[in-house]
Design a protein around this ligand. Structure first.
Ligand SMILES: NC(=O)C1=CN([C@@H]2O[C@H](COP(=O)(O)OP(=O)(O)OC[C@H]3O[C@@H](n4cnc5c(N)ncnc54)[C@H](O)[C@@H]3O)[C@@H](O)[C@H]2O)C=CC1
Ligand SMILES: CC(=O)[C@H](N)C(=O)O
Length: 406
């Protein structure tokens, strides 16, 4: 009997939530060992000065992808250049390497990652490493390793070292059975891609670690992100960035999705701003750990028409990639509101104008739309928060029911 009592006491202790302030502090510490790969104390970043010590010490994993460099720029502006370390397994371009601290980090190397966190006194971690939907489907074992095993490493290190952890999720975490218009934060999630499955896993594991170990886990489900300065990394929404580059370089764009495939998208500045806001939010302001964020939804045809208003010679053809199309169909579940609604339409035309402006195609565009842009490098899109407050009418999702998806 005493044994049973002890076991049940231990179990109840283990199941108490430190997040509620009533639990014991248990963290999932893995065996302590010496990493074979020591990070040089004078690696390509500088030691932090005392005046910077109030700011978080930030590590961004997978930082050389479409979003990481922009995030580092935003965070460095706020917290100081040397408090934000970009990391990746790829070699950084000169302008990235010289813009602030960069370090090699493979998220599959647990000890090395832990060493980086310890040596640099990291307090916030943005976990951006991932294989996106299309490349993930092309290499499922690698996607499983990076998106799931890599996440486990990050979760354990974040819990051990008391980090605030941001892991982005995606519209790809929904599936054909998820409710639409609008898709709620909490609903059925049965994605059919390894990318989507791994992101649902990340959401659930992060929340579990929060309740079990008190990990400060925060997560936003991003739509497809549109950027001018960085290239997308192999997702289904990549076409919405590629079209701008092709319009400028060749005047020809071949789209790998059907012209009427409507997907949710967001301008990069809005996405990064939302990310910083959720990381800075006081814990008591968060009623959940994972939230949707949304801006607008449009089809390739609508985007092509909008770009053609400014680049009339642009020729668009369609050569549908069956894998991407199938993934895209699954993501159309996540349409938050109609493209035709006024606020969304205005946002859409504004984003096109901004990207063309950044690509040197339509220098007067933003001014014509009444946007104040002090300089190309300080471009900030401030429209979303005000526009999103406008009333949104629900719409019927226009997914072709005969499309089965993956
Ligand atoms: N860009 C988008 O439209 C969206 C992105 N997200 C999420 O945001 C995050 C960042 O996205 P992107 O920058 O677009 O991705 P990306 O594919 O452009 O970049 C991912 C980076 O991860 C790195 N990486 C791969 N294996 C690694 C490893 N073993 N160790 C360390 N790094 C590794 C790659 O080298 C790459 O630079 C991802 O988690 C993605 O799922 C979510 C929804 C939309
Ligand atoms: C929306 C995403 O998660 C990404 N851009 C993809 O298309 O895979």
């Amino acid at each position: 009997m005493p044994i049973v009592r002890n076991v049940s006491r231990a179990v109840s202790q283990l199941l108490q939530s430190p997040a509620c302030g009533c639990g014991v502090s248990i963290v999932p510490v893995r065996c302590i060992g010496i990493s074979p790969r020591q990070v040089a104390s004078d690696a390509s970043f500088h030691s932090v000065s005392f005046s910077e010590s109030d700011h978080p010490r930030v590590l961004i994993t997978g930082g050389l992808g479409q979003l990481g460099v922009g995030l580092a720029k935003l965070l460095r502006k706020r917290f100081g250049k040397n408090n934000v370390i970009l990391s990746d397994i790829r070699k950084p371009a000169d302008h990235v390497f010289y813009s602030g601290p960069f370090i090699y980090s493979d998220i599959l190397d647990y000890k090395n990652l832990r060493e980086i966190v310890v040596n640099n006194r990291i307090t916030w971690l943005f976990h951006y490493s991932a294989l996106l939907s299309a490349v993930g489907e092309a290499n499922v074992p690698l996607a499983r390793a990076v998106n799931i095993t890599g996440l486990h490493n990050v979760l354990d290190i974040a819990a051990e070292h008391n980090l605030r952890l941001f892991v982005p999720s995606t519209i790809g975490a929904f599936g054909p059975t998820s409710p639409r218009d609008p898709t709620p934060d909490l609903c059925i999630q049965r994605p059919r891609t390894i990318y989507g499955v791994s992101k649902v896993h990340a959401e659930l594991m992060g929340e579990y670690y929060h309740y079990r170990y008190g990990l400060d886990f925060r997560c936003l489900r991003y739509p497809g992100i549109i950027s001018a300065d960085s290239q997308p990394g192999g997702g289904t929404t990549d076409y919405a960035v590629q079209i701008f580059h092709d319009a400028i370089k060749t005047g020809k764009f071949e789209c790998n999705l059907k012209p009427d495939t409507r997907l949710p998208m967001m301008y990069i500045d809005d996405c990064l701003k939302a990310t910083l806001e959720v990381m800075e939010a006081p814990a008591e302001a968060l009623s959940m750990r994972t939230y949707n964020i949304s801006a607008m939804s449009f089809t390739p045809e609508e985007l092509a028409q909008e770009v053609q208003k400014h680049v009339p010679e642009l020729q668009v053809t369609y050569n549908v990639d069956t894998v991407r199309q199938a993934i895209a169909v699954l993501k159309t579940c996540f349409i938050m509101f109609t493209f035709l609604k006024k606020a969304s339409l205005k946002m859409f035309t504004t984003v096109v104008a901004l990207v063309l402006f950044k690509c040197n195609i339509w220098p007067n565009g933003p001014a014509k739309l009444g946007l104040f842009i002090p300089s190309k490098n300080s471009l900030t899109l401030v429209l979303s928060s005000s526009m999103l407050k406008q009333e949104c009418l629900p719409l019927n999702c226009d997914t072709d029911p005969s499309d089965e998806g993956l």
